[in-house]
Write a protein that binds this ligand. Structure first.
Ligand SMILES: [Zn+2]
Length: 327
């Protein structure tokens, strides 16, 4: 999964902290057990001594190594059984298990060069936190209300508004539920207040829940961050914008509301192109139509959006939708 360096850094820090917490907890449990059941401390000492004794015999010339090891093993086995019995008697299950935080990687986060499931899960959670901050954390497909969209023909387009919105909704839901690296791109097109941001957030949450890295950003924020990183940004700022190209799904909200500039046009073209070439999915929402896009940016960008993005229309009466959704 294409998690950004920042998300991985936070996930690693959490894993390291959890590892420390676990080690501390193990020590505290042991101290408590020694205090409450002194026999457990005796057993632990005896276990250590039998091991030392066996090692000593093994290194003594002429000693019977095999027999000594066998004796030590038997002694240890019965001591361990007694220890387990005492633990079960006095403490809840698992209280004296002193295993690492993750049995697969021992709490290191990696097995060889591949990321362990435990660190992947923390990355997924960290990635999702970013989304929750940006979208308020409430949106779900089940809250989408088709009845907020009028069941009548749009006079300009000659199509039934609710029927168009039903298709838009179904496409979005399927896109989110079946998301994969090959899901392709969507262009949400329509006036403000018709549910573009809401459905973007639903998709973001569902896709992030499946373990993909999702970045959700308004166009204004996105271009400001890219500009800062390009012109005299710190290392952190430059690393931070890496997420826009690295993430599995990038959602750019409100394209066309940012301050227009030469930089914006060229950054937008590079971003769209890079993501298309690396086969990564992008969702762009805008209230501009294709001609507006060509005029505001350039014909190449408009052509990329036309040729590589599935366009979904958002129609309706924004005042009614806004009012009913309490926006
Ligand atoms: Zn692990």
């Amino acid at each position: 999964m294409g998690y950004s360096a920042e998300v991985i850094k936070r996930a690693k820090a959490r894993l390291a902290q959890e590892k420390l917490d676990r080690e501390l907890e193990n020590r505290q449990h042991l101290a408590l057990a020694y205090e409450k059941v002194p026999r457990i401390r005796q057993i632990d000492r005896q276990l250590q001594q039998t091991m030392l004794e066996a090692t000593r015999i093994a290194f003594t010339p002429g000693g019977n190594v095999v027999e000594a090891m066998e004796q030590a093993k038997q002694a240890n086995l019965s001591l361990q059984e007694e220890r387990a019995r005492l633990a079960a008697q006095h403490f809840e299950e698992g209280f004296l298990d002193d295993g690492p935080i993750c049995p697969r990687c021992g709490g290191e986060g990696y097995i060889g060069t591949s990321m362990c499931q435990c660190l992947q899960e923390l990355c997924r959670q960290e990635q999702k936190k970013e989304l929750t901050v940006l979208s308020g954390g409430q949106e779900s497909f089940s809250q989408f209300r088709l009845d907020f969209y009028p069941d009548r023909i749009d006079p300009d387009l000659g199509v039934n508004i609710r029927a168009v919105m039903e298709r838009t909704f179904q496409v979005c839901r399927k896109y989110a539920q079946n998301f994969s690296a090959k899901s392709g791109n969507l262009l949400f097109s329509g006036d403000t207040g018709l549910g573009k941001t809401f459905l973007s957030a639903c998709i973001a949450r569902t896709v992030a829940d499946s373990g993909y890295s999702v970045v959700y950003e308004t166009a204004g924020h996105l271009f400001a961050a890219l500009e800062r990183a390009k012109f005299g940004g710190s290392d952190d700022q430059r690393r931070e914008v890496g997420k826009y190209t690295a993430c599995d799904l990038l959602i750019v909200d409100d394209l066309g509301t940012e301050m227009p500039s030469q930089f914006v046009t060229s950054a937008l073209y590079t971003l769209i192109n890079d993501r298309i070439l690396s086969g990564k999915a992008t969702i762009i929402s805008t209230n501009l139509n294709t001609e507006d896009l060509a005029e505001r940016y350039n014909p190449q960008i408009a052509s990329r959006l036309r040729g590589n993005f599935l366009r979904l229309a958002f129609l309706g009466d924004d005042i009614r939708v806004k009012k009913n959704w309490g926006l």
